[in-house]
Design a protein around this ligand. Structure first.
Ligand SMILES: [Zn+2]
Length: 177
């Protein structure tokens, strides 16, 4: 593998120069989460707002690559999890088969072509004024006990939506009795 030395000093780890591709294997998700995501796909299809996954389980290399965006790579920051010290819910415990988050994109309904158009619907200034597709995604996720990233706020209460993101929240330790 080729490594970009420039990135070494900034993050204290070696990043591959070639972006690690998303892992789209359903088997790498937590089984309970996987079943709920499949139900979510069906619910959105029934609402004529079909979605398809773009990110599922992440190996640490992919998570670190995304962490580097807006830090040592161009673009906006997309995550605060570096994949090694701080794991995202896409990584679960770090082992394949434990992923708890999926990112989605919308596809145009009723077009059974090989090249399915994908799109992000328009966004608003509050979760409620986003396009109906986003509002519906949040609603259907909630009905299944999933959490939609479109509602997220930072510690200061500022709305920091991650609209494509849906996750099965972790049960806090000690609550599983
Ligand atoms: Zn995500």
């Amino acid at each position: 593998m080729i490594f970009n030395r420039e990135w070494d000093s900034s993050l204290g780890v070696r990043l591959p120069i070639v972006a690690p591709l998303p892992d789209l294997l359903w088997g790498h998700l937590d089984p309970k989460a996987r079943d709920l995501f499949i139900e979510l796909l069906a619910a959105m299809r029934a609402d004529k707002m079909p979605i398809t996954p773009t990110e599922m389980f992440r190996f640490p290399q992919r998570q670190l690559y995304l962490f580097a965006k807006g830090r040592v790579l161009p673009g906006a920051r997309v995550t605060n999890c570096d994949g090694y010290k701080l794991l995202s819910n896409h990584q679960g415990t770090g082992e394949p088969g434990t992923g708890r988050a999926v990112d989605f994109i919308f596809t145009k309904p009723g077009l059974a072509t090989a090249r399915i158009p994908r799109y992000y619907p328009p966004t608003g200034n509050t979760p409620e004024t986003d396009a109906i597709e986003w509002v519906t995604l949040g609603k259907r996720a909630k009905e299944l006990g999933l959490e939609w990233g479109g509602y997220w706020r930072d510690k200061g209460g500022r709305w920091t939506p991650d609209r494509p993101h849906v996750e099965l929240p972790k049960v806090p330790d000690g609550d599983a009795g």
